[in-house]
Design a protein around this ligand. Structure first.
Ligand SMILES: *Cc1c(COP(=O)(O)O)cnc(C)c1O
Length: 408
């Protein structure tokens, strides 16, 4: 148990030292600039800003004069960056935003198609069905994939058969852009609501290195503001359809969220301004780095997932099947012993690692650094070198990346 502030400070600095000496390749993490971080501790962190959906001027609490202005200005910034006519920034995380979409819009008996966990889906509706009542009321089907890309023909056939009310594109392992534009006609024909879960790729959309789903026919887009998008932890929802944003808002408030963590607003506003200026350079380098890393891992003998002719990935992450190397236990735990942080999945038939480049790019890494990183993976997974020795080399390498680029 902590006894003093010194105890707390000591533990925090141990954490910082540890994380600064690790090579962070977790695709869902990032490093917000000092300015963006600084706003989180402002006065807003102790205020309430509850408002009536679609009518932010109607605030439940007094003292909200500037909070209201702040929220509306930030709404405009978000819409100017992601498109759409309506926005809700009350979800305090991407998952909460997704729950608002699902709970606000679906009716009992509806079917949803989403990405399966075994294809690196996040799991919105699937896990929700563990709650007894939803298991009886909401049906879920899983989107077909072929070589890590959405199988559009398969999906269309599935839609004709199961007649979903909603299709949710986007997952936690998106390496190729989804066929939103191509799906639009069938969605209109069958009356399907097209939702895009942008949690992972928000920074790529902001940086304009990925087609914007809202501009390409998604009815609703939601996501996190802290993964490839280097902002504060939080969620957002945008849509062109007033009815949808109203229903979603009514599910969010008051049933899912009351205090919506207002300190995120200045921080998010600052990160949007940052990305308007530096986002394209940042996102371009993120993708260059993940392509370079995928290519080098392939050169070293790794089974990198995805079409080689397309460079294995179009995004901030790459997937590697390491099944043939007989790694004992969780690959993520093994790699952490060498001070390398990334995600793994060995729940299905294959053993995979997911390697992301947002944070390392933000901290200064370029393509040539990916050669060295690929070698570290070989040292641990293929050559099974002494982990302590590898970790010393990794730490020496990781501390080179302690600056922050692409920010004011
Ligand atoms: C991370 C993630 C979420 C949840 O976002 P949080 O901000 O962590 O709540 C939702 N969907 C996908 C695809 C994700 O990867």
């Amino acid at each position: 148990m902590f006894k003093s502030l010194e105890d707390i400070d000591k533990k925090l600095s141990e954490h910082l030292n540890y994380r600064n000496s690790c090579l962070n390749l977790i695709a869902s993490e990032n490093y917000a600039s000092d300015k963006v971080r600084s706003y989180l501790s402002g006065d807003f962190s102790n205020r309430y800003g509850c408002y009536a959906t679609l009518n932010p001027d109607d605030r439940e609490y007094s003292g909200n004069k500037y909070i209201n202005e702040f929220e509306l200005e930030t709404h405009d910034l978000v819409l100017s960056m992601f498109g759409g006519k309506y926005v809700d920034l009350r979800p305090i995380s991407g998952h909460m935003a997704g729950m608002g979409v699902v709970l606000g819009i679906l009716n009992p008996g509806d079917t949803v198609i989403e990405v399966a966990l075994s294809d690196w889906g996040h799991g919105l509706v699937g896990p929700m069905r563990l709650i007894n009542h939803f298991e009886k009321t909401i049906n879920v089907e899983y989107m077909p994939f072929k070589n890590a890309e959405v199988d559009l023909d398969g999906l269309i056939a599935q839609c004709r058969k199961v007649k979903p009310r909603m299709v949710i594109f986007g997952g936690s392992g998106t390496i190729f852009f989804e066929p939103i534009k191509e799906f639009r006609a069938i969605a209109e024909e069958l009356g399907i609501i097209v939702v895009y879960d942008a949690s992972h790729v928000t920074g790529l959309i902001a940086g304009k290195v990925m087609p914007n789903p809202i501009e390409n026919g998604a009815d609703i887009m939601f996501g996190s503001t802290h993964k490839s998008f280097p902002g504060p932890q939080g969620g957002f929802i945008v849509s062109n359809v007033e009815e949808y944003i109203e229903k979603i808002g009514n599910a969010l408030s008051p049933s899912l969220i009351t205090s919506h963590h207002l300190n995120r607003l200045p921080s998010l506003a600052a990160s949007i301004l940052e990305l308007k200026k530096y986002g394209n350079d940042y996102a371009t380098q993120v993708v260059k780095n993940s392509k370079a890393l995928a290519k080098e891992l392939n050169n070293l003998g790794f089974d990198v997932i995805g079409d080689k002719d397309k460079g294995f990935t179009q995004t901030h992450l790459l997937l590697v099947d390491i099944g043939k190397y007989n790694v004992e236990g969780a690959p993520g735990i093994l790699l952490e012993k060498a001070f390398i942080l990334c995600s793994d999945d060995f729940s299905g038939d294959s053993v995979q690692i997911r390697v992301g480049t947002p944070e390392i790019t933000r901290r200064g890494a370029k393509e040539e650094d990916m050669i060295k990183i690929a070698q570290f993976f070989k040292d641990v997974i293929i050559d099974k070198k002494d982990l302590e020795k590898v970790s010393i080399e990794v730490q020496k390498f990781a501390v080179k990346f302690n600056n922050i680029e692409y920010c004011f």
